[in-house]
Write a protein that binds this ligand. Structure first.
Ligand code: NAD
Length: 282
């Protein structure tokens, strides 16, 4: 069994980006810029934004965080995004999700200039990804694909079961896997017999938010298991959606939580921001 070390792979990627940013700055006076919109005071959202800002600093990006109270109106958020669309120092715009219930998240995401949509959530980028055109892909699934590439895990013709079908994780994951010629099954809360699907799979990718959902008897011997879930237990521990201790001995490869997919998501955000900066400065 091999543990996929997302932390160290993410570190390598970030260090390559830092080298490239240094050269861009020195030779062309370009400093990639990322703007984050953070609404409300959800502690998890604040923690993620802090990690993203730290990553920006580390690779040498200009970054700003627009913090707003959760009483803010939809129009004010839209106004801020439009300002960032027009700001030449900003290459990437990210709206930290979830937004408060009175805000229409889809409408907000559609205001982001697709050329600055480094989270890959704008329907324009989603559509281009589905049709296998160059675009910004959602960072988490993109990070998972990068792990497969780095660890030489072949996807062609493989049976892959994606558990969870959200717009930001499961659906874009399925699109990227199809683009890589995998045979993809997407499961979700209404799937009748989840284990029937996972047991058949060469690769299981789970992003649901239910600790211990994937148990040992749901996993085929030698399977690859990628755990996207992040759950904070009452005792403060962070765990994924996989019953790790029981499942790991059956796997050929498995990602830990923490230290698996999480760091890759941030590395892909840095990569997308660099890509946006280069595309805007050709
Ligand atoms: P979401 O709530 O939007 O979607 C959850 C999905 O899981 C839905 O499609 C739902 O139908 C499905 N689901 C729920 N219960 C299920 C069950 N019992 N069996 C099968 N499917 C079930 O959540 P999300 O935003 O997609 O996030 C999912 C998880 O991934 C969360 O734990 C989140 O913290 C984590 N996440 C991690 C990263 C990362 O960087 N590692 C990034 C984004 C999200």
């Amino acid at each position: 069994m091999h543990i996929i070390d997302g932390k160290s792979l993410a570190q390598q990627i970030r260090s390559h980006i830092a080298d490239e940013v240094e050269i861009l700055g020195r030779e062309r006076n370009i400093v990639p810029g990322l703007a984050v919109v953070l609404v409300g005071d959800d502690p998890a959202s604040h923690a993620y934004v802090k990690m993203k800002a730290k990553a920006c600093k580390e690779v040498g990006y200009y970054s700003i965080v627009h913090e707003m109270p959760d009483t803010i109106s939809q129009d004010e958020i839209i106004g801020t995004i439009k300002m960032m669309n027009d700001n030449p120092r900003i290459d990437g715009i990210l709206v930290q999700l979830p937004l408060p219930p009175h805000i229409d998240t889809d409408a907000i995401l559609e205001v982001i200039d697709p050329a600055k949509d480094v989270d890959g959530f704008h329907p324009y980028n989603v559509g281009r990804i589905v049709t296998k055109l160059d675009a910004f892909a959602s960072c988490t699934p993109q990070g998972v694909m990068r792990m497969f590439e780095h660890y030489d895990i072949d996807l062609k013709g493989k049976d892959v079961c994606v558990v969870g079908a959200s717009n930001i994780v499961g659906k874009p994951m399925a699109a990227l896997l199809l683009n890589a010629d995998a045979t993809v099954t997407v499961t979700h809360i209404y799937t009748q017999d989840l284990a029937r699907h996972t047991r058949e799979a060469d690769i299981i990718i789970v992003g649901v938010g239910v600790p211990g959902l994937i148990k040992a008897d749901m996993v085929k011997e030698g399977a690859v298991v990628i755990d996207i879930g992040i759950n904070k237990l009452d005792d403060g521990r962070l765990v994924g959606d996989v019953d790790y201790d029981a499942v790991a001995p059956k796997c050929s490869y498995i990602t830990p939580v923490p230290g698996g997919v999480g760091p890759m998501t941030i590395a892909m955000l840095m990569e997308n921001t660099l890509k946006a900066a280069k595309a805007r400065n050709v």
